[in-house]
Ligand binder design. Structure first.
Ligand SMILES: [Zn+2]
Ligand SMILES: [Zn+2]
Length: 288
């Protein structure tokens, strides 16, 4: 195996690890969304039991208000869970980005990086982490929380609307439940499901989580290359991004670090990048 192939293999390996981590975070996010859905549905059952839905029955303002308050509480819990997941995901992804780059250098047996154990790599990544400007990480987290905040705000509004409209028009609990919909983790089932409140929220949460953990990972890699002074960066598509009309042509292209287009290039972009080998190897030290 020549060096280019070795690098490609190492990069694809860390890309795979990155994607596995990302999917775990997506799952955690969907789990919290699903928990909210289950709570909302049990509120619906309660509404049914109180017989608020009998046609012609005037719904007292107070009852509607208490239903809405219950929903606000559920979404507040959801927001708290998602905030925690996102904070951890951004920090971990950033550190994974650093550790991934260190791992590649180690696998390629660059001087100072050869024979690093997994623990050594994590430790080294931790040291780089301790050097970073926390406000940059906080900025990333806050930006992501804003995006997620928009989703939960829309979610709570749409749920309330479906319930109020349902109560007024005398829809059955089942009918209201249908419009609110479910979190669906089976891709085929998801495609077939009609547009619902929870489906829309799920779609957006998935895109945000994938895009933003990948962004944080890229920032981590950047930080490491920056730290060691690697100025020339090579774009690397993942196996399935090689055919993307936007990303495909960038595969293997070399950039000055500050001129590289930011990754992800588009939502669901799974590209990565690495320090240009020519520069890395010339002096024998992956720095200058
Ligand atoms: Zn692409
Ligand atoms: Zn891409």
């Amino acid at each position: 195996m020549n060096q280019a192939e070795q690098i490609q293999k190492a990069v694809l390996r860390s890309l795979h690890a990155r994607d596995l981590y990302t999917e775990r975070q997506v799952n955690s996010m969907l789990k919290s969304l699903r928990a909210a859905e289950i709570h909302i549905k049990s509120q619906l059952v309660e509404i049914g039991e109180k017989k608020l839905l009998k046609k012609g029955l005037e719904i007292r303002q107070g009852q509607l208000h208490s239903i809405q308050k219950g929903i606000d509480e559920i979404i507040k819990d959801l927001k708290r869970d998602q905030t925690l997941i996102m904070k951890t995901a951004v920090r971990d992804s950033f550190q994974n980005g650093i550790a991934g780059s260190i791992g590649e250098f180690s696998e390629l047996k660059f001087p100072h990086y050869e024979n690093l154990s997994h623990e050594d790599r994590i430790k080294l990544a931790g040291q780089v982490m301790s050097l970073i400007d926390r406000s940059a990480l906080d900025f990333l987290v806050n930006y992501n929380l804003q995006l997620l905040g928009n989703v939960t705000r829309e979610l709570v509004d749409n749920i309330k609307q479906q319930i109020s409209v349902g109560l007024v028009t005398g829809d059955s609990i089942a009918k209201i439940g249908e419009k609110i919909g479910s979190v669906i983790t089976d891709p085929a089932e998801f495609r077939l499901a009609g547009k619902t409140v929870f489906k829309t929220a799920q779609q957006r949460v998935e895109v945000i989580t994938r895009t933003e953990t990948l962004r944080a990972y890229g920032h981590g890699r950047n930080k490491f290359y920056n730290q060691i002074g690697a100025r020339r960066i090579v774009w690397a598509t993942s196996g399935d991004e090689r055919t993307c009309p936007e990303c495909g042509p960038l595969d293997g292209k070399e950039f000055l670090a500050e001129e590289m287009p930011s990754i992800p290039l588009h939502p669901a972009c799974r590209c990565s990048f690495f320090a240009a080998r020519a520069r890395v190897c010339r002096s024998g030290v992956p720095v200058h």
